[in-house]
Design a protein around this ligand. Structure first.
Ligand SMILES: Cc1cc2nc3c(=O)[nH]c(=O)nc-3n(C[C@H](O)[C@H](O)[C@H](O)COP(=O)(O)OP(=O)(O)OC[C@H]3O[C@@H](n4cnc5c(N)ncnc54)[C@H](O)[C@@H]3O)c2cc1C
Ligand code: SF4
Length: 331
């Protein structure tokens, strides 16, 4: 195990300044991803700054307007069990409950969850196989290697990895915002802009800079929030990352869809919003499966499967349909 120094932060401004000045320093919250990356030598920070003592960052608040504010240090299990979250946005609670294990969810923070790195086996592997995310410029072993679990949308020749977070898919569907405090003050980043596509710099997963601390995730009030659902398909029924997942939410007018929100996990380097399908779904009856399928298919015209994951295209379309129908049954 790589050796490191550990200190504890009790003041956010000092923590931000320390992170901004020291490229060898990493924040640590639950440690459930970072310590694994260090064991795999995929991250080798010399200094860890434990942020668990920072004040006011673990609260889960149901806002008076119907939205939510979830502190970055709130634990996954607490958020999943929160009555406000379950009532207003079941899709968020379900995405959390389908993730990891009970023990991990007790430890893992919400900020750490949306920052977790890809589970691409070449990236996590200690062997020196080419991986542009781990060693920029070395190549991508998955592009022509084993790529069953990899992306079908938005990949580049430099990286075909997927984002592993479940709850990020629900946040993307709900147009949540990541609330960040940095060197020059605070800012709010729309969730769909938070994670990046790989392009030619796949070593960058997100848009944060040095010195940026995630303080909360805010979910605005959404008319579709209550009739929402998260569906995850994986190789085994528990304790496994998504092969494909979907977050769906609808508002209805009788049995017709007034507005729909759809995002997918396991298909791209970031949660993948099905914007074309959302438009095509307006006024479609929830009882007309063929019309629902046709509307969802509009978002798959630009799918680009790799050698081993063509099955994901049909699987993802089916998962989106089932998630939408289940959300619709709650409307
Ligand atoms: C066996 C296993 C199975 C899993 N299965 C799933 C699954 O099915 N679905 C799923 O979604 N996840 C899964 N996970 C991932 C798990 O949810 C994450 O490891 C966890 O959410 C990370 O949170 P943490 O607090 O432990 O983060 P840490 O490990 O402490 O940190 C992770 C990263 O986030 C950064 N960070 C943490 N907090 C902040 C902050 N406030 N501001 C800025 N940066 C910050 C750290 O510097 C680090 O880079 C699994 C993990 C394991 C080990
Ligand atoms: S897909 Fe990305 S993470 Fe995986 S080997 Fe290629 S560059 Fe590395």
């Amino acid at each position: 195990m790589h050796s490191f120094a550990l200190s504890r932060a009790d003041d956010a401004a000092k923590a931000i300044a320390a992170h901004a000045q020291d490229p060898q320093l990493a924040f640590i919250a639950g440690g459930t991803d970072l310590i694994g990356l260090m064991k795999d030598r995929a991250a080798l920070p010399e200094r860890l700054l434990d942020i668990n003592g920072l004040p006011d960052m673990a609260r889960i608040e149901a806002l008076p307007d119907g939205g939510l504010r979830i502190g970055a240090l709130a634990r996954m299990s607490d958020v999943a069990a929160d009555a406000g979250v379950r009532g207003r946005f079941p899709v968020i609670a379900e995405a959390l409950l389908f993730a990891a294990s009970g023990q991990l969810r007790n430890m893992a923070s919400m900020g750490g969850n949306i920052m977790q790195r890809t589970r691409c086996a070449y990236f996590r592997d200690e062997d020196d196989l080419p991986c542009n995310k781990r060693r920029p410029g070395s190549g991508c072993s998955a592009l022509h290697g084993l790529n069953r679990n990899h992306a079908i949308f938005g990949w580049s020749d430099a990286c075909v990895a997927t984002n592993p977070s479940d709850v990020a898919v629900a946040f993307a569907a709900m147009d949540a915002n990541v609330i960040v405090r940095g060197r020059t003050g605070g800012r709010s980043i729309p969730f769909t802009n938070f994670h990046r596509l790989p392009g030619s710099t796949p070593e960058h997963d997100h848009v944060l800079d040095r010195g940026d601390l995630i303080v909360a995730i805010e979910v605005p009030a959404r008319v579709e929030g209550r009739a929402s659902h998260y569906l995850k398909v994986r190789d085994r029924e528990s304790y496994e990352f998504a092969l494909v997942s979907a977050a769906a939410a609808v508002a209805t007018d009788g049995r017709r869809i007034g507005s729909a929100r759809l995002a997918m996990g396991g298909v791209a380097h970031k949660p993948w919003r099905l914007f074309a399908a959302e438009t095509a779904l307006r006024r479609v009856s929830l009882d007309d499966s063929d019309a629902l399928k046709g509307a969802i298919a509009t978002s798959f015209a630009d799918a680009r499967p790799l050698a081993h994951n063509a099955f994901k295209v049909e699987l993802a379309e089916r998962v989106a349909l089932r998630a939408l129908q289940t959300a619709g049954a709650r409307a």
